[in-house]
Design a binder for this molecule. Structure first.
Ligand SMILES: [Fe+2]
Length: 234
C-alpha cells in the first residue's frame, strides 16, 4: 500500500480506513508496510510518487514518526504489523542507528515485527551500502515473522530489486544460515514479476518452490543443513 511510514507526511486516512475494513473482512493475521518512502512532497505536490522506495534516516525523530503511524494503523487493521526493509541504493548519512538496530527497537518498544527481505540485503551488498552478514548478526531473530526471496538485475549501474529472476546463491545461503534462528517465522515468499516469466520459465519457478520447501523444513526443525548451504552458495 506504500504509506509514507518513515517520513513527515501524514497518513491518508481514507486509505487507512479502506485497508482496515479489508483486513477485517479477510481476517488478516498480519499486515506489512515498507520502511521506505514511496510518496514524497515535491514543490506544490504534497504526495508525488518517488518512483522507487527512498531510504529513511534512522534517528529518534523517525522513530517517533513511525511510532505514531503504527499506532493509527494498528487500531485500523486490528492485527499484527510488520515493517519490511527496503532496497537501498546509496548510504544514508547522519543516521543515529543502523537499520537492524532500528528494527530491533520497533520490535521491542512498538511490538511491530520485521518482514525481512533477504534480496534487499543483496541489493545493499551489490550497491556497497551494507554487509548482509553484519546486518543479520545485529537483527534480533525474534523480530522476523516473514522473509522474502527474489532476484533482480542491473539498471543504470545499480543492482535493483526487480523481481526478475531466481534467488541468487548468496541469498539462499543467508536464508539457510539464519532461517532456523527465526523462531517466529511464519511465511517464506518468492517475489517474482510475471513480465519476466520467459526469463525464468516454469522450471525455474518450480526449482524456487522446491528450495523454499526445503528451507521451510530446515526452519521448522530448527536445524542448519550445511549441505544445503554449500549447494546453494554455488
Ligand atoms: Fe519484499
Amino acid at each position: 500500500m506504500s504509506y509514507p511510514i518513515g517520513c513527515g507526511m501524514t497518513l491518508n486516512m481514507a486509505m487507512v480506513a479502506e485497508v482496515g475494513s479489508l483486513a477485517k473482512e479477510l481476517n488478516l493475521q498480519w499486515y506489512s508496510e515498507h520502511l521506505s518512502m514511496f510518496l514524497v512532497s515535491n514543490g506544490s505536490v504534497p504526495n508525488s510518487q518517488a518512483g522507487l522506495g527512498l531510504p529513511v534516516a534512522y534517528d529518534e525523530e523517525t522513530f517517533e514518526i513511525v511510532s505514531d503511524k503504527l499506532r493509527i494503523l494498528r487500531s485500523a487493521v486490528g492485527c499484527d504489523l510488520l515493517l519490511e526493509n527496503g532496497a537501498i541504493f546509496t548510504p544514508v548519512p547522519d543516521s543515529e542507528m543502523s537499520e537492524p538496530e532500528f528494527l530491533n527497537r520497533v520490535y521491542s518498544e512498538l511490538d511491530c515485527g520485521t518482514l525481512l527481505d533477504l534480496h534487499n540485503l543483496y541489493v545493499g551488498l551489490l550497491n556497497g551500502v551494507l554487509s548482509p552478514l553484519e546486518y543479520l548478526e545485529k537483527l534480533n531473530p525474534d523480530c522476523v515473522r516473514e522473509i522474502h526471496l527474489a532476484g533482480g538485475h542491473e539498471l543504470a549501474g545499480f543492482y535493483t530489486d526487480a523481481h526478475s529472476g531466481g534467488t541468487p546463491g548468496e541469498v539462499w545461503s543467508w536464508a539457510y544460515e539464519f532461517g532456523p534462528r527465526f523462531k517466529n517465522l511464519r511465511a517464506i515468499v518468492f517475489e517474482f514479476h510475471e513480465s519476466y516469466f520467459e526469463r525464468l520459465g516454469l522450471g525455474g519457478i518450480a526449482a524456487e518452490l522446491e528450495r523454499m520447501h526445503e528451507l521451510a523444513d530446515a526452519v521448522a526443525s530448527g536445524t542448519r543443513p550445511l549441505e544445503n548451504v554449500a549447494r546453494h552458495v554455488s
